[in-house]
Design a protein around this ligand. Structure first.
Ligand code: ASN
Ligand code: ZN
Length: 322
């Protein structure tokens, strides 16, 4: 929110100058021009129908519905993160409008990106609370859009688990950036606060200790492995995309904590440049992605850089040899 206000102030201050400049010369935007989000929040009215009725467009005042307003704010924080950390202008890098539908379905226990927009259920209140609540969940869903516009990793098996993991990595980094937490201060949980009262667990997933986020009679036990020795072969969940994502998630955690400092700055930069650099295939597997992160780290920090060593060790630590 602080950054959003800053951006708005800057925009107000520069708009007069900008229109003057336009009459003098027609040029591409200045490299440090602030990007601004274009959010639309829609309300599905508890039906499973999209897109629902628009309740808040960009710049409009709060609706009074805490779910819609929370979603608007978290979309803003996520947009701000990608601008501040990587100078990315929205999902497609070119200011794509952010469209979100809340109150989707009746007691709907999920949130998703459907290829064009984000969709959020309210949870059933017994297992899950509102999916608009945790910032990292919104960061996760929006990052699916970024992956679609960049590496476009297919949503099956290892590339699918990488797609999932990338959404968890940036979801977590957005939360860390918002809270001002360094790698050693972060909880590395995804969806903390999402489990309803009485559920035995702390979050949906743990990047620090995959497999330990919950263990509950109704929800079952967190099925995530954190090492290739425990890779889960399954046809369910698109070949275990939400299960085996624990392995690259843990690799990122190992790299970021070994490098130290703010995780979005170095480890995040390595993952971001790898995702958006154009060298991944849609069917890149863990080994291929690991090798690509090492190439990126080598380009950024040198073959003998401590950061590059940390990335190599991280992948080795989860049983993936790049
Ligand atoms: N919340 C899930 C996700 O974004 C929904 C899904 O299974 N696609 O990964
Ligand atoms: Zn996902």
């Amino acid at each position: 929110p602080a950054l959003r206000d800053r951006a708005r102030r800057t925009l107000a201050l520069t708009s007069a100058y900008r229109s003057e400049r336009r009459t003098l010369q027609v040029t591409a935007p200045a490299p440090n021009e602030d990007f601004v989000p274009n959010r639309t929040i829609r309300d599905a009215g508890h039906r499973e129908e999209l897109p629902g009725e628009a309740v808040r467009a960009e710049g409009e005042p709060a609706t009074g519905d805490k779910v819609a307003d929370q979603n608007y704010d978290w979309l803003g924080a996520t947009f701000d993160f990608f601008e501040a950390a990587y100078r990315r202008n929205s999902i497609d890098g070119a200011g794509l409008p952010l469209i979100s539908t809340v109150h989707y379905g009746d007691s709907y226990d999920n949130a998703f990106w459907n290829g064009q927009q984000m969709v959020y259920g309210d949870g059933d209140g017994t297992l899950f609370t509102e999916f608009t609540g945790p910032l990292d969940v919104t960061g996760h869903e929006l990052t699916h859009g970024i992956t679609q516009y960049t590496a476009n990793l297919e949503y099956y098996s290892q590339p699918g688990a990488l797609n999932e993991s990338i959404s968890d990595v940036f979801g977590s980094l957005i939360k860390q950036w918002h809270l001002g937490q360094s790698a050693d201060q972060a909880d590395w949980l995804i969806g903390a606060g999402l489990l309803a009262e009485g559920v035995n667990g702390v979050a949906l997933r743990s990047m620090k200790e995959p497999g330990t986020a919950y263990d509950d009679p109704q929800l079952g036990k967190d099925p995530q492995p954190g090492h290739m020795d425990h890779y889960v072969e399954t046809y369910r969940d698109n070949g275990g995309v939400h299960v085996n994502s624990g392995i690259p998630n843990h690799a990122f955690y190992l790299a970021a904590t070994a490098i130290g400092g703010n995780a979005w700055e170095k480890a995040g930069r390595i993952w971001y440049d790898t995702l958006t650099g154009g060298t991944l295939e849609t069917d890149t597997d863990f080994k291929g992605f690991a090798a690509a992160t090492l190439e990126t780290a080598t380009r950024l920090y040198g073959a003998d850089g401590a950061e590059t060593g940390a990335v190599r060790q991280a992948w080795t630590g989860v049983g993936v040899s790049p």
